[in-house]
Design a protein around this ligand. Structure first.
Ligand code: FES
Length: 265
């Protein structure tokens, strides 16, 4: 029997010219879309966007704070926000979308005045986080993950570990911590937010609102618009978190020296 002829390489499907990848890593369709999206809503923050770019040697490195800046303006990352970032950084809308959809801090839908994040990860859940989340939902007429109360006062979300396990169960409002919560204390926080009050976090800065915090996260932490440096001056470390360090100090424990790079030992 004669050997089989080699298999023909698979043929690429025909490419619609509008979807061909261009040198900038996007498609003609995407660039067309970018050109047609109105980004004038961001005109008031163009100077701030330029200031963010100056912090980095490569413009594209400024994408994360720039996305926070768009959330400061609109409360979420909209199509206009994606187009604005792409336009300012000289990258494609596809590249911006890939980053914006990867990180949970970038929201696809408009967030209410506050963002309430209830940790339901293992330790918090075991100590009551699931009950707290259920109680918060019930208090807000049964809204669910990433949904906003009818009065616009807050959006709630399940959160993965908020890095405060020694103070579990925790929730955050606009990323400020409320430690060692109970169902009752969490419901009180929700009620206060609905009344327009700003309960004081257990530690960290006083509450402002989601959009103001987004300006902080864009790196304008000393901006008068968010209260200046006093806004971030609250004590942030809890005694529980420092206990190990204090014990090591008392006992004279130190970390072993880091070996020199390239050392064989
Ligand atoms: S599990 Fe909730 S803060 Fe770590």
């Amino acid at each position: 029997m004669s050997p089989l002829p080699p298999e023909a390489p698979p043929q690429a499907p025909p490419v619609d010219p509008a979807h061909a990848i261009d040198e900038a890593g996007g498609t003609v369709a995407q660039h067309g879309e970018l050109a047609s999206v109105d980004t004038t809503v961001f005109d008031g923050v163009r100077e701030r966007a330029a200031a963010i770019l100056l912090r980095y040697p490569e413009p594209r490195s400024a994408l994360l704070p720039l996305l926070h800046l768009t959330q400061h303006v609109e409360g979420h990352v909209s199509r206009a926000g994606i187009a604005f970032c792409a336009e300012v950084l000289g990258i494609t809308t596809a590249e911006v979308s890939a980053v914006a959809t990867f990180y949970t801090m970038y929201k696809r839908e408009p967030v209410g005045r506050h963002l309430v994040s209830v940790c339901t990860n293992t330790l918090c859940a075991a100590l009551g986080g699931d009950d707290i989340y259920a109680a918060v939902r019930e208090r807000l007429d049964g809204i669910g993950h990433e949904q906003t109360a009818a009065d616009g006062s807050m959006t709630i979300e399940h959160a993965e570990c908020l890095a405060a396990c020694d103070l579990a169960p925790v929730l955050t409002v606009d990323y400020e911590f409320f430690d060692k919560q109970t169902v009752d204390s969490a419901v009180e926080i929700v009620d206060a937010l609905r009344r327009g009050e700003k309960p004081h976090p257990t530690r960290g800065a006083p509450l402002t609102d989601f959009r103001s915090v987004e300006l902080l996260l864009a790196g304008f932490f000393d901006d008068p618009a968010v209260g200046g440096l006093e806004a971030v001056a609250g004590p942030s470390a809890a005694e529980e978190s420092l206990r190990g360090a204090r014990l090591a100090e008392e006992r004279g424990w130190t970390a072993p020296p880091v070996p020199d790079e390239g050392s064989s030992s």
